[in-house]
Design a binder for this molecule. Structure first.
Ligand code: ZN
Ligand code: ZN
Ligand code: ZN
Length: 538
């Protein structure tokens, strides 16, 4: 008898170990979403979107990026690899490639070709510049490549980086209005994507135009519709509702959809189609779908964080999420999917808005910084010693420095002193400072975590808090300050306890936590610090 009980206990134990995975993991990234939006717009959200996730799942209130630059490509790479640019190598959206002496794009790959209807350049993309495995890669290997991984986004980098090196597919939006892919993933576009594209759904959204979802009084958490901190969607259209998208379409083509909430809707349409046609979450082998909503970022950059355009975009995304969740319930089953939602970075207050409210900050266009650097270089050294300034990094022309008989160390010090005289600059670090940093200085540690000596410049600048290297309207991101680093992290569904945490946590903890939940290896570049409170049993 004892033996039988022991045998039963063992077999139950083993069984519950073996089958302990969700049928589908859904990773949602909302581009440029500040944690604050979940609080500020809370009264206007429905019960079935963001609030359904928060009320029934787990909320991390104090989740942060811990490196510079807080941009889209490094953000997506860091969420899915569980490490930072210094390790995964995605040090910007685009950056100066020292080896070839010109700019490169994060997902450029000249060895692959476009699939579908778009330009050659739009399709020559793959994850080859990503130097670590992703959680999605690890799931592929752990299931012997039987669990499917598909990445979707309006932005190429938002689709490609999360899906990783071993993805079945990644699809992104072309200016033709079609979703495209590359030969990195396969030789022929799946029929269902071609059929989806043939429906030209983007035109349905464009024909409807963009008006407010709710009565204008609902938008009292934002500034008036027409305010001086808003940019324009195109040259001739003022920043006021309603937007005649057909008129803008004639000038900008299908790209107009990006800067409206409907880029998110079109993507959700594609996500639901992918689940249906690729049978995601159907069998017991876990699949992983990554969905990155980009329109929030385009709208944020153009109109700013306090525009009703932005608020409307979030109220509509809330409804889109509600529809998507209902679809997951119906097709995959309520207890069978694990979902998380986060952002690839947050975003700053518009500097001029702060300035008009008496805070002494301003926006500094990057071009002004470059001009000042070049002028200083010619005035001081009689030559332009700058190869590039981008992503807060300064690259020197070492050949010219040598030819002129100058010493690199002295040149660096000279530029360091000059930069410190610039109004927006807080600190200036050389490559040596960064590589020798101990981690005690928080902002320097953020720079070090974003610094890959093979790819970054010889000097990195830290701007003063509140200053923006950007145009006068809208907003941007990139800094290590909390307004750029503080993002939501919500977990929901399979094995997720109800709860919330206010302790500070880092974005690099998401991937290793998923590893523990799925009982699969950690991505190979991560330090594997997990979000322990989430792993405590219900
Ligand atoms: Zn982004
Ligand atoms: Zn407006
Ligand atoms: Zn952005």
């Amino acid at each position: 008898m004892k033996k039988i009980i022991l045998f039963l206990a063992l077999s139950i134990g083993i069984n519950s170990q073996a089958q302990q995975r969700p049928k589908l993991v859904v990773g949602i990234v909302v581009d440029q979403m500040k944690m604050e939006y979940l609080y500020r717009f809370s009264d206007d959200f429905s019960a079935n979107g963001f609030k359904r996730i928060m009320n029934n799942g787990y909320t991390f209130h104090n989740m942060h990026y811990n490196y510079v630059p807080t941009y889209t490509a490094p953000g997506h790479a860091s969420i899915y690899t569980g490490t930072t640019p210094s390790t995964h190598g995605i040090v910007g959206n685009d950056w100066f490639n020292k080896a070839i002496g010109k700019d490169m794009y994060c997902t450029d790959d000249a060895a692959v070709k476009i699939l579908g209807d778009g330009t050659e350049k739009e399709g020559a993309m793959s994850p080859k510049n990503l130097l670590s495995t992703t959680i999605t890669d690890e799931l592929r290997m752990a299931t012997n490549f039987k669990g499917k991984v598909i990445g979707l986004s309006i932005k190429d980098r938002g689709a490609i980086l999360p899906a990783g090196h071993f993805a079945n597919w990644a699809f992104w939006y072309s200016k033709t209005g079609s979703f495209i892919s590359s030969t990195f993933y396969g030789s022929v576009m799946p029929d269902w994507v071609t059929e989806f594209n043939q429906e030209k759904r983007y035109m349905n959204y464009i024909n409807k135009g963009w008006n407010l979802l709710k009565p204008i009084a609902t938008y009292n958490e934002s500034l008036p519709d027409d305010n001086p901190y808003e940019g324009k969607i195109d040259k001739t259209t003022g920043p006021v509702f309603p937007y005649d998208l057909n008129k803008i379409y004639k000038e900008k083509g299908a790209d107009v959809l990006r800067t409206t909430p409907f880029g998110n809707d079109l993507l959700a349409d594609l996500a639901m189609k992918a689940i249906e046609k690729e049978d995601l979450g159907k069998d017991d082998i876990a699949d992983f779908l990554t969905v990155s909503f980009s329109s929030t970022d385009y709208v944020g950059h153009t109109f700013g964080p306090r525009s009703i355009e932005l608020q409307d975009t979030y109220l509509r995304l809330d409804q889109t999420l509600a529809t998507f969740l209902a679809y997951l319930d119906k097709t995959v089953g309520k207890d069978n999917y694990l979902l998380f939602l986060t952002a690839d970075h947050a975003g700053a207050e518009n500097s001029n808005y702060l300035k008009d409210n008496k805070y002494n900050v301003k926006n500094v266009p990057t071009k002004d910084i470059v001009d000042a650097l070049k002028k200083y270089s010619t005035d001081t050294f009689g030559a332009d010693l700058i190869l590039d300034y981008s992503n807060f990094n300064l690259f020197f022309n070492k050949e010219t420095i040598k030819l002129k008989g100058l010493e690199l160390t002295k040149v660096k010090q000279s530029f360091k002193d000059f930069l410190m005289t610039q109004e927006q600059v807080k600190r200036v670090y050389t490559e040596e400072d960064i590589l020798a940093s101990s981690g005690d200085d928080y902002f320097l540690s953020c720079i070090a975590k974003g610094y890959d000596p093979k790819q970054n410049g010889e000097i990195v600048i830290l701007d003063k808090t509140g200053f923006m290297e950007y145009q006068a309207t809208g907003t941007t991101h990139g800094s290590p300050n909390s307004y750029d680093t503080h993002v939501p992290l919500l977990f929901y569904g399979w094995q997720i306890p109800k709860g919330e945490l206010h302790a500070k946590k880092y974005i690099t903890q998401i991937a290793p936590t998923l590893s523990q939940l799925l009982k699969i290896p950690f991505p190979n570049g991560t330090e594997s610090e997990v979000l322990e409170t989430l792993l405590e049993k219900k």
